[in-house]
Design a protein around this ligand. Structure first.
Ligand SMILES: Cc1ncc(COP(=O)(O)O)c(C=O)c1O
Length: 397
């Protein structure tokens, strides 16, 4: 069994937390760290803290650290804004770099914000672009000379299927298109190799496997070769070459800094940095190894102990096609997840019928998996999930 960082996290007693793919757990010490930042940096240094505590470079500094987790150069990644906003910026850049091509290609089961943002950008540009959605296994057949950009989430948030980033990027580029990868379900869960895959652009969440805390800033990656070719449309003052010159005209900063929009959320950024510093101590190959051992054990346990209840595995068995989550389909999935949460096993539900379990290899171990399987088996055997209180849909599922 691989060494885990479990004791570096503050997890509630008795809870098996299988939802780090939605909101990562709280690193031990982050509360004291942020308390110190609030009292000393904000409280004592006040406005001087932007220079004295280097708040002014937090987006570049945290980005450079994230670069070490996703196979990028430090000057290619920025921690900024939300994943949605970063999608807008990078998709806009990719379309501008492929004039004359009209198609954004993706899959119908990509995460909704990715599709909504692409649609919103197309409507805003009003230049005849279209969003074409085809099943993942048909992507390659649809890469033709109309495609400006292929955008995919590297691990499908519903099924947990891992796509071949290097291969799809190579195919997209062979057809003359660019790629925007959403790493929300891979960054921090396994090694990601952006430059070795020749990826063009990428985005991802800070609050999932990077353990940055609720609403943590997201990140974006722009390959060096594209950085100075286009300036993204959200031309805010902190992405200016000289923000404190206060000139009326916008001049984009050099490099990835032109993807900065405005003032960063400093407290959230520093909480994210704390989580990333912890992650940087881990060996990503070992984490991947642990992650596959965990998902193997969970799939095997559910097959052995939860058989006969109509659960349908959606996650690929092949290791090279599996992310760090396991999903099952069941028409009563929502109630089952609610009953599991009541029993201390926290997973989540994705409409219409998906029970989703995320395995963060930093703080989940094989003992957790065994307990989770046993509690799941008991709930199914006893039909606990049929109780009325588990049928009521909450706003967040
Ligand atoms: C693949 C993917 N992209 C984006 C998001 C969220 O984007 P945002 O941080 O803008 O809410 C999620 C959230 O679950 C996600 O799974």
């Amino acid at each position: 069994v691989t060494h885990t960082f479990k004791d570096r996290f503050d997890l509630p007693e008795g809870v098996i937390y299988l939802d780090g793919n939605s909101l990562g757990a709280m690193p031990r010490g982050v509360a004291a760290h942020i308390d110190q930042v609030i009292r000393n940096e904000w409280g004592r240094s006040l406005i001087r803290a932007w220079n004295a505590h280097d708040w002014v470079n937090v987006q570049q500094r945290v980005g450079a650290k994230i670069a070490g987790l996703v196979g990028a150069h430090p000057d290619e990644v920025l921690s900024a804004d939300s994943t949605s906003i970063n999608l807008y910026k990078t998709l806009a850049a990719a379309l501008a770099l492929r004039p004359g091509r009209t198609v954004i290609l993706s899959t119908p089961d990509n995460f909704p914000t990715d599709l909504y943002i692409a649609g919103g950008l197309i409507a805003h540009l009003d230049r005849g672009h279209t969003l074409k959605l085809v099943p993942a296994d048909e992507i390659e057949a649809h890469l033709d000379d109309t495609v400006a950009v292929l955008t995919l989430t590297q691990v499908n948030y519903r099924t947990g299927e891992l796509y071949d980033m290097a291969r799809l990027t190579e195919r997209a580029q062979a057809a003359g298109a660019l790629t925007v990868w959403d790493l929300s379900h891979t960054a921090g869960a396994m090694p990601v190799v952006l430059n070795a895959s020749r990826a063009d652009f990428a985005v991802g969440c800070g609050y999932k496997y990077l353990n940055g805390g609720p609403g943590a800033p997201a990140f974006l990656f722009v390959a060096r070769r594209w950085q100075d070719q286009f300036s993204q449309p959200l031309s805010g003052w902190l992405g200016h070459a000289q923000p404190f010159a206060f000139t009326p005209d916008y001049v984009p900063a050099d490099g990835v800094s032109r993807y900065v929009v405005g003032t960063p959320p400093v407290l959230s950024s520093l909480a994210l940095e704390f989580g990333i510093d912890l992650m940087l101590e881990a060996d990503l190959q070992a984490l991947r190894h642990q992650s596959l051992a965990l998902t193997d054990a969970f799939i095997d346990g559910v097959h052995r102990k939860c058989a006969g209840h109509g659960l349908k595995l959606l996650t690929p068995m092949a290791h090279d096609r599996r992310g760090s989550q396991v999903s099952f389909a069941h028409p009563d999935g929502y109630a089952m997840i609610q009953a599991l949460i009541a029993a201390g096993v926290i997973g989540d539900f994705r409409a219409p019928d998906i029970l989703r379990f995320g395995f963060t290899p930093l703080y989940i171990d094989l003992d957790d998996v065994a307990v989770a399987v046993d509690r799941f088996a008991l709930i199914l055997r006893e039909g606990t999930w049929r109780a009325p209180q588990f049928q009521v849909r909450k706003k967040v599922t």
